[in-house]
Design a protein around this ligand. Structure first.
Ligand code: F6P
Length: 324
């Protein structure tokens, strides 16, 4: 490997910049050169590249988003799109890639790397924490903290007005953010994609709380929950349960921004460092992960095809037991 191309792709997440910094500085330390690729696969196809030096990544460890920009790119799914991308990489002298993103990014990397025999190592960057082969993805910790801050603020006003709030959080098909932020924020109920909750059961639970003198309540609704989002849940609950005045709050994209937590910065630094070392060691089509505080690798194919259930029974029970 002489020149490593680094890019971010798919939804951004806090910690991506810290990972870019770690990739650039580790590569330079090992006497390799680095090129930044803007806008993920789109920039690869457009030849939107920038040579990176140590100073290119100064003062970014604390920044949310990604200085290399990102995109969800459909044309890269075509043979012609990938051929153009490969041509641009060859012209720029890039002979190894570090891709930072989620499962869509990994799928593109796997196909491209097999097609053109170009080494690629992936770093899991998504707030959803929905990838196989790692306990944590970059940005998940920060996003969960952002949600907790929002829950705390909403709880202030919910308590003052004796209201019931339905707060919808991100995570796609994963309930990790919802469950962890729900427990940390003291939610009265948490609706998860992984575990269907019937509206009647939710109403029963809220009624029990009301009978036990709860004057306000907070229900966390994961966006992937089977009841169709917080507005739907609120509407159906209101039809049968009028103990509280009910409000809905969809947290949305604020969960994707912000300065990464200390945890995400350290994780990004460790993963970026490991990704470059793996490339230099001649390994390819792997994802860097962390299991029980140890950095590890997983074949990309497994990371893409295996689903991991990340909610422990303990955590589900804790959420239930502590909610009344
Ligand atoms: O994958 C990260 C994520 O923020 C999901 O939680 C959410 O469902 C999705 O991306 C939103 O995507 P977009 O930013 O394209 O609207």
């Amino acid at each position: 490997i002489n020149r490593i191309g680094v890019f971010t792709s798919g939804g951004d997440s806090p910690g991506m910049n810290a990972a870019i910094r770690a990739v650039v500085r580790t590569a330079l330390y090992k006497n390799k050169q680095v090129t930044g690729i803007y806008h993920g696969y789109q920039g690869m196809m457009d030849g939107d590249f920038i040579p990176m030096e140590s100073r290119s990544v100064s003062n970014i460890i604390q920044l949310g988003g990604t200085i290399l920009k990102t995109a969800r790119c459909l044309p890269f799914r075509t043979v012609e799109g990938r051929a153009q991308a490969y041509k641009n990489l060859v012209e720029a002298g890039i002979d190894g890639l570090v891709a930072i993103g989620g499962d869509g990014t990994f799928t593109g990397a796997e196909i491209f790397s097999r097609e053109y025999d170009i080494p690629v190592v992936c770093i899991p960057g998504t707030i959803d924490n929905d990838l196989y082969g790692t306990d944590y993805t970059l940005g998940y910790d920060t996003a969960t903290n952002t949600v907790i801050e929002a829950i705390d603020k909403i709880r202030d006003t919910a308590a003052s007005h004796d209201r019931l709030f339905f707060i919808e959080v991100m995570g796609r098909d994963s309930g990790c953010i919802a469950l962890n932020a729900g427990i940390a924020g003291g939610a009265e109920a948490i609706l998860l994609p992984e575990k269907a909750t019937a509206i009647d059961d939710l109403i029963q639970h809220l009624s029990k709380g009301a009978r036990q003198q709860k004057s306000s309540s907070i229900v966390i609704v994961a966006e992937g929950d089977h009841n169709g989002g917080a507005y739907n849940v609120a509407k159906r609950v209101k039809e049968k349960f009028s103990h509280y005045d009910a409000k809905v709050s969809i947290l949305g994209h604020l969960q994707r921004g912000g300065s990464p937590s200390s945890f995400d910065r350290v994780l990004a630094s460790r993963m970026g460092y490991a990704a470059v070392n793996q490339l230099i060691a001649g390994n390819t089509r792997i994802m860097i992960g962390m299991r029980g505080n140890e950095i590890c690798t997983t074949p990309l194919e497994e990371a893409i095809n295996n689903k991991e259930y990340k909610l422990s029974e303990d955590m589900l029970e804790i959420a239930e037991v502590l909610s009344l």
